[in-house]
Design a protein around this ligand. Structure first.
Ligand code: E4P
Length: 217
């Protein structure tokens, strides 16, 4: 399973990259706004910087347009920033048309805001590189978000779809573990969820004891 970090915060991206386990970065307009990134030039420069920090990773850059022609124009500009840019397109009718256009023209895509298996089927039919089911937001609405990962994985396997399942809206380490068990190809996570995977009290107790005993060596 690949690990992406879900942030536009450069310090968090650097920290995850330094761990040596990072395969990419996802951003969205809310995450960019949180970092105070405003205006086309600043947005493009921010994506360039992220691509420099994670030189071998897939970097999702989300379009803000919602009609076919504008999504295609915006996506072409985003894709031109760097060879590793993945154009992130919302799961709407014009978005699916645009994903098909990008697929036919060699531009990789991430279909975002996916909340059902039906939407995931459409994204795969259009040739999306990644499909992003939003686990945490489904949990927030009172359903079991991770069930959707298993359902999509089963459908894609039965149907031979090659679109990769990018589990998004991850809130904690348990989400990551469940997504791994259920067949997600990628998890995109905030830094604290990735770091939470490190933690176990018995590790801390065991290390303290080893270090104590090492003084007697
Ligand atoms: C990633 O691609 C998504 O935009 C992101 O995971 C959404 O997460 P959130 O539900 O925590 O905002």
């Amino acid at each position: 399973m690949k690990f992406f970090i879900d942030t536009a915060n450069l310090a968090h991206i650097k920290e995850a990259q330094d761990l040596g386990i990072l395969d990419g970065v996802t951003t969205n307009p809310s995450l960019m706004a949180k970092e105070g990134i405003k205006g086309t030039e600043n947005i493009i420069n921010h994506y360039k910087t992220i691509c420099e920090i994670v030189p071998n990773g897939d970097i999702s850059a989300e379009v803000l347009s919602t009609d076919f022609a504008s999504i295609v124009e915006e996506g072409k500009k985003l894709a031109a920033i760097h060879k590793n840019i993945i154009v992130k397109v919302p799961m709407i009718k014009d978005g699916i048309k645009a994903i098909k256009w990008f697929t036919d023209n060699g531009i990789k895509t991430n279909c975002t805001l996916v909340f059902s298996a039906g939407q995931a089927i459409l994204a795969a039919k259009a040739g999306a590189t990644y499909v992003s089911p939003f686990i945490g937001r489904i949990d927030d609405s009172g359903w079991e978000g991770t069930q959707l990962i298993g359902q999509i994985a089963n459908i894609y396997s039965l149907q031979g779809f090659t679109t990769e399942i990018l589990a998004a809206s991850i809130r904690n380490a348990n989400h990551i573990i469940q997504c791994a068990e259920l067949g997600a190809d990628v998890c995109t996570c905030p830094l604290d969820a990735i770091l939470a995977l490190l933690k176990h009290p018995l590790t801390d107790i065991g290390l303290a004891k080893f270090l104590e005993d090492a003084k007697k060596m």
